[in-house]
Ligand binder design. Structure first.
Ligand SMILES: [Zn+2]
Ligand SMILES: [Zn+2]
Length: 310
């Protein structure tokens, strides 16, 4: 077998191998021990893994992201460590109120047995999470205020290790936090949640991998980088309206609702030549603008700071 062919095969195997590795590591007792020592250790390790992959499997349309690195680092810290905590603080009391007020108990269902067999609960969680996130993400492209918030995620000019989490915290919470809080009050078996949630979150993190790793058949099941790049294409494919490939972790809702797009040439997926804002707006390196502009607070707050200090 030629070296070129072996390199291609390795690019096909990389994604399933890494997803399996991080999934097993995440649910293993060692993973839990690591989590205590370094919260979000798996996300940090994935970022390092993807940076290495991007050096090995160089992508033909790669665009340097060095000028937004500071913004990327802040966005990662905020959305990995702060957004979920703040969202829980604000929304959880409201969610907990519903079962307490209407049923006089902690969860919507009195016991996990009422939710069916264990395996079915895992399937149900994956279906509910992906369905919610698909439609939330679609709304984030079609509802003007939600698009205002989400558009900052679409200003990036390439998908890379560091920009999967780049987005306004409200935009991030609506797509990536709220549904998991809702799951928490249903009353699912805690083990079913512990097994299903990482399966729904891992592929989303890898979808922003900037390396030229191939999805193969996985392109029709999960949101691979090859699939997600089309969601970020400057030129939206004809007939797709606002965008295509809205799935956050799985592709089946896109396939079912007719928003899936992955063209092929000679049996190989084609990739968009340009990634960026569909109206051509440049990327925003100033994190404060990304944070405050969509909620109308950037100009009022900036005017309070003396010009020399800005
Ligand atoms: Zn989007
Ligand atoms: Zn994205």
């Amino acid at each position: 077998m030629s070296a070129k062919k072996m390199f291609y095969i390795s690019s096909l195997l990389m994604l399933p191998l890494l997803l399996t590795f991080y999934y097993v590591a995440h649910i293993s007792p060692q993973g839990h021990a690591l989590e205590q020592w370094l919260p979000k250790w798996d996300r940090l390790a994935i970022i390092v893994t993807i940076i290495i992959l991007e050096r090995i499997y160089t992508y033909r349309y790669a665009v340097s992201q060095r000028f937004v690195l500071g913004r990327d680092i802040i966005a990662n810290i905020v959305n990995l460590y702060i957004t979920a905590a703040v969202t829980s603080f604000l929304i959880l009391p409201l969610l907990l109120y519903v079962p307490q007020h209407f049923f006089g108990r902690k969860f919507l269902f009195a016991s996990p047995d009422q939710l069916g067999p264990f395996w079915l609960q895992i399937v149900a969680i994956l279906v509910v999470v992906s369905f919610f996130r698909y439609w939330m993400h679609r709304a984030q492209h079609t509802v003007p205020f939600l698009w205002e918030l989400h558009s900052y995620h679409h200003r990036v000019t390439d998908l890379t290790a560091t920009n999967a989490e780049v987005s306004n915290p409200i935009d991030f919470a609506l797509r990536n936090v709220v549904v998991f809080l809702m799951l928490g009050v249903v009353g699912f078996d805690p083990l079913a949640i512990a097994l299903a949630v990482p399966a729904a979150t891992l592929s989303a993190v890898f979808s922003h991998c900037g390396a030229d790793i191939k999805g193969g058949v996985l392109n029709y099941l999960i949101v691979t980088p090859e699939v997600h790049r089309w969601h970020h294409a400057v030129d939206v494919p004809e007939g797709y309206g606002y965008s295509c490939n809205y799935g956050v972790e799985f592709c089946f809702w896109d396939i079912l609702f007719g928003t899936y797009y992955l063209p092929k040439e000679a049996g190989q997926p084609v990739q968009p030549a340009r990634i960026g804002h569909p109206s051509g707006l440049p990327d925003e390196p100033n994190y404060l603008k990304l944070l405050l502009m969509p909620v109308g607070l950037y100009r009022p707050l900036a005017s309070l700071v003396p010009k020399t200090a800005r």
